[in-house]
Design a protein around this ligand. Structure first.
Ligand code: PMP
Ligand code: GLN
Length: 384
């Protein structure tokens, strides 16, 4: 449609791949291992706590920065897990989801002409979020196939305009996890500069193989210049709740809240009341890694009966599989064919690259009931 006088702020952007593939999954009645969401139920206790909060009258606005009790408990949790001293009054803001926290952080600090280092494949909101602020994403491909960060290349791409580096661990879509080496490299690059960090840690608890989650919250010198973004949707199996939070330094958070207060102002109150209580059940999040690792391993074992080759994931909901040895199709073509002809939806990893780099890899979401995984992989066993 022609919109007179209106110039699109995102002229090159279409509909997100998650919606496209989920719609196709419905249309072809396919098992959906595409978009990342669990198909098993969330905690009944937590849903009851929400219902109770509503009945108890917690249905009006809460504090614009988030329910004070929830922020206090988030600070206590961070203290226990990451040995960090946070002031819930000045450093934590509850947001309507992790994506919003990321967008708000970028909007808070980016000005036209600024550059942001983005590693690809990248979660699909990052680049449009940068561009809508008039800033420029500086793209660096993670090394294929282990998806590690090529720090030498990062050094080469840094210049006076570099405002920020975005990191994401555990990583969507690859399941790669940052190591101490990465933190050391990151520190040596930002130290003594004005560069900021955005650390997307929505999968903080979904980490496997005994690897520690190296949250930026562990490093006070890095936290000073960082926005760290989290999502309750991932932690409590309720992606549709769209509730998360951002942690930063008091100085950066003050600016973040200026943007937040005129965009969202305050988030869903009964859910904050419920989570403030439920967050005390530490096992719920401490057991998440082993719980999902079992699913990853179950899925990986099933996939051995297919021609796909596993690119091992160490975290997140996802594992990537390559197929270049048995098909020349683009990943988008294969993803569409699998949905239409085999009844299984996946995500083509080229969708996470601005210029569609295609290493012939599909992303599968294994955060599903075992039944679902069996049904999905059975469909692939006829693959030719
Ligand atoms: N970052 C990454 C890497 C994600 O996979 C997701 C999941 N959608 C988010 C952020 C945002 O989470 P939320 O649904 O809370 O916005
Ligand atoms: N994070 C989820 C994924 O990567 C979905 C997010 C979305 O649908 N926007 O699949």
């Amino acid at each position: 449609m022609n919109l007179p006088g209106i110039q699109s702020k995102l002229p090159d952007v279409g509909t997100t791949i998650f919606t496209v593939m989920s719609q196709m999954a419905v249309e072809y009645n396919a098992v959906n291992l595409g978009q990342g969401f669990p198909d098993f139920p969330m905690s009944e206790e937590l849903t009851s706590l929400v219902a109770k909060a509503m009945r108890d009258g917690f249905n009006q606005y809460v504090h614009m920065n988030g329910l004070p009790l929830l922020r206090k408990r988030l600070a206590e949790k961070a203290q226990k897990l990451y040995n960090t001293e946070l002031d819930p009054e000045t450093q934590i803001t509850v947001t309507p989801g992790g994506t919003y926290a990321i967008y708000t952080a970028l909007t808070t600090v980016l000005n036209p002409g600024d550059e942001v280092i983005v590693f690809e494949p990248a979660y699909d909101s990052y680049i449009p979020n940068i561009e809508i602020n008039g800033a420029k994403p500086v793209l660096i491909s993670l090394r294929f196939p282990d998806y590690s960060i090529p720090w030498e290349e990062v050094r080469k791409k840094i210049n006076a305009r570099t405002r920020m580096i975005m990191i994401n661990s555990p990583h969507n879509p690859t399941g790669a996890v940052l190591t101490e080496h990465d933190i050391t490299e990151l520190r040596s690059i930002v130290e003594g500069t004005n560069m900021l960090i955005l650390s997307d840690e929505v999968y903080e608890h979904l980490i496997y193989d005994g690897m520690p989650h190296l949250s930026i919250l562990r490093y006070p010198d890095l936290l000073k210049r960082s926005f760290v973004c989290f999502s309750f949707g991932k932690t409590y199996h309720c992606t549709g709740w769209k509730l998360g939070y951002c942690i930063s330094s008091p100085e950066l958070m003050k600016e973040f809240r200026k943007v937040h207060q005129f965009n969202c102002f305050s988030c869903d109150s009964p859910k904050q009341v419920a989570i403030a209580e439920y967050i005390l059940r530490e096992d719920e999040y401490l057991n998440l890694g082993p719980f999902l690792q079992k699913k990853r391993d179950f899925f990986r074992e099933l996939m051995r009966s297919t021609p796909f080759e596993c690119i091992p994931s160490h975290g997140s909901y996802f594992e990537c599989y390559s197929y270049g040895h048995f098909s020349n199709e683009t990943d988008k073509e294969l993803a569409i064919r699998l949905t239409r002809e085999y009844g299984i939806a996946t995500i083509p990893v080229s969708a996470f690259y601005k210029h569609g780099e295609d290493n012939k890899v599909l992303r599968f979401c294994f955060a599903k009931k075992e039944d679902t995984l069996v049904k999905a992989v059975q469909k692939l066993s006829h693959l030719q």
